[in-house]
Design a protein around this ligand. Structure first.
Ligand code: FAQ
Length: 332
């Protein structure tokens, strides 16, 4: 079963892991974090910090490779040569981001092979949003603009976090994502200011993707399991609700500016508090989707499994030793 079953449940293992730590080392570690120092792979770190980072970075890496699938299916059908080229480059970037992130997670001691195994057997999670289908070209445009926008809000914050290898990977990822965002915005502007049919297609995509987009930032802070410890140790530099609010603040006006509507009649900015108010997202649907029961979970994992099987001979060939370790010239 996909997920690991620990969502929203307090993990006693976490407390046990912390209880065993040397209090002096823990205090020194926390003082370093408070001073804004980066923690590097060879530095002492609590077992729980390591475990949480592996979980989060690994899920992020999986999200990038699985995230390349709903857009990837549109490369051959993208309207025109320039859009095809740009989308192909974007999808390649997303897979490259996964490589950077798997590398960062490996510095914490989990092998890439194990991470991939945990993804394709459904043990690890990845972002909810990539379990929805891209029916039309406009769905792909929504992802390129607004899902990338949401990812940047989260990643720009966390790039200032405490774990060196993750922050450095995020810096590079954010630089590339900012091009994705511009590309996606351009695609959406084109549709939203196009023919009535194009506008309708874009509006329908916004209607389909809004709920998953609200889920994308994670459960509200009231019910988030990991936020407390991750913010304390500066892995998460903004909470789920803070990221969601920042996204709404930056992008709702831009969506409205294009004459598109958002399918939430309660969505409005409270001018007194400065906070956006919205209908509480359906957290039951969120839980179902992240635990393997979304519209495309099975298909997404099946594609990854097939890619693993088909690529196995390449990995075998690379790992195979030639006689006496000597280089053997290829036959052709
Ligand atoms: N989807 O206690 P919290 C991208 C799980 S990259 C699935 O609040 P946390 C680029 C969570 O894992 C997108 N599961 O968790 C791109 C936990 O389950 P667990 C990915 C989710 O870690 C663009 C449980 O719920 N970005 O899009 C989600 O403190 C376009 C309890 O939640 C990252 O991964 C979710 N949305 O906060 C690619 C950024 N939210 O492990 C292609 C790094 C929560 O106990 C095309 N990650 N869960 O079984 C983070 O910032 C955090 O991990 C959060 C979740 C904010 C995602």
């Amino acid at each position: 079963m996909y997920g690991g079953g620990q969502v929203f449940e307090p993990s006693s293992t976490n407390n046990e892991l912390l209880k065993d730590e040397d209090p002096k080392k823990l205090a020194e570690f926390e003082a370093r974090i408070a001073r804004g120092e980066k923690i590097e792979p060879k530095d002492w770190m609590p077992k729980l910090y390591r475990k949480q980072l592996i979980r989060m970075i690994e899920q992020h890496a999986h999200s990038e490779i699985i995230g390349s699938l709903p857009e990837g299916t549109w490369i051959t059908r993208a309207p025109g040569f320039k859009r095809k080229l740009a989308l192909m480059a974007k999808v390649q970037d997303e897979v490259g981001h996964a490589q950077l992130l798997y590398g960062a997670a490996e510095t914490l001691g989990k092998s890439r092979e194990q991470m991939i195994e945990d993804l394709i057997t459904g043990k690890s999670k990845y972002s909810n949003i990539f379990n929805y289908p891209t029916f039309t070209w406009a769905d792909s445009c929504f992802i390129s603009w607004l899902v990338d926008a949401g990812a940047i809000v989260n990643q720009l914050a966390n790039a200032r976090g405490s774990y060196g290898p993750y922050c450095r990977a995020l810096d590079r990822i954010c630089a590339e994502e900012s091009f994705h965002l511009k590309y996606g915005h351009h695609c959406v502007i084109h549709l939203a200011t196009g023919t009535p049919k194009q506008r309708q297609m874009m509006q329908e995509a916004v209607n389909r993707w809004w709920a998953p987009m609200m889920h994308f930032f994670g459960p509200s802070d009231k019910i988030s399991t990991h936020t407390e410890i991750l913010t304390k140790w500066k892995v998460k530099m903004a909470t789920n609700d803070e990221c969601r609010q920042q996204f709404l603040d930056m992008y709702v006006p831009k969506i409205w500016e294009l004459g598109l509507t958002i399918p939430d009649e309660n969505l409005k900015k409270n001018e007194e508090t400065g906070e956006w108010e919205f209908t509480e997202p359906d957290w039951e649907e969120f839980k179902r989707v992240i635990n393997g029961d979304g519209p495309c979970n099975k298909e997404r994992l099946a594609v990854r499994r097939t890619a693993e099987e088909r690529g196995a001979w390449v990995r075998r060939a690379l790992a195979a030793k030639t006689k006496g370790d000597k280089y053997v010239a290829p036959m052709a």
